[in-house]
Write a protein of this length. Sequence first.
Length: 405
Amino acid sequence: MDLMGALRSIGTYAIAAFTTSVRNSPSQEVPWAMTTLASSHVRAFPGPLLAKVSDAYNGYFAFTKRLHLTTIEDHSTYGPVMRHGPNKLLFNSATALHDIYDNDKPVKSFINSAILQASGVYSLFTVIDKEHHRTKRRIAGSSVNERSMRLFEPTMVQQIDLFIKLLLVSAKESTPVNVTERVTYLACDLIALLSLGFPLKLQTDPAYRFMVPGMFCANHLANTRMQWFRLHQLRLFSLLNYFATDTRERYKRLMEKMVKTRLSEDKDARNDLFSIVSNASSEGENIRVSDIWTEAMSFFPAASETPESQRNLMHEAFTPFSIGYRGCAGKAMAYLETSLVIAKTLWYFDFKLEPKQLGKVGGGTPGRTDGRGRPDEYQLYDVIAGEHDGPYLVFSTRDNSCVDL
């Protein structure tokens, strides 16, 4: 084991020991650990020893944003079904994916209570009760279904055209473009307009751009609390919040401003989530202002020839929006936005990777042994959603295609 690997292991075991000792007196620690290891319904499955004893294992790697890397490494060691927590099993197969998610029998875990915005106030993402979820899904889904997307499409096209024009400016100046940055600004502008009709203008105005790191920071801490529920039970999550108090508060104040601005307008002033939720409330659905708040916050986040058998397996495993009744309500919007952005970008521009140091941004670092050592592999950081950076591309206009811009 290399030095960094040893340090990670020491850190993980130390953290696990700390949370265990906080929970138990010294005389209770060993019996509690033995009981956890012998938990009847999952004890027969293999997995990392520390993960069997404490959720600190998952919590540590969630905090370091590499739980997905640790998970795939552990699957390669322990097989497609493994114990990855005192009461947690992980499955790594397309069949298990569909069996678990593509039916309405499983319920959302109680760990969602660790990330509520306020006690008893649930978003579409955190709600546990199935009937409550169906109501929220029906209402929120109305703002992002195909019919609503047709109404919202002119606004979306306007924002995407702005995205293209800003790429044109960079192309004329031969300035490298951080694609992650540009696409994130576009996506947040669209979500703010769709949910509350609020013009963030992140693409052109830096005033509210602090919300992007704030959003990812909030997701990062939420993921850590979900994976390490003991922090929530012991109210130790305030230690995590300490790392990002200023960023989180600015993000929260912006969300408050967006909601209050929309509340000051007539409910039918815009065709957005607010108007749909308000109309549902007037038709008898039990919708509170707190519901609007939580739903608005939750909105923010080269192939070669393939054998037919592999193609079918690939399609079964391809679930970027999840599946079943808990699948992403914004699937239609995401596909429409992605299709338009890719089509227009490829129509107007050619591009290449920045040839110098910036061109390496987003890839792994050679020599690292923590799963991030492959320079040609795009690096994702687990924060519930996927955080990433780069690539830096240099755009150039394609023939005379940009004349109409």
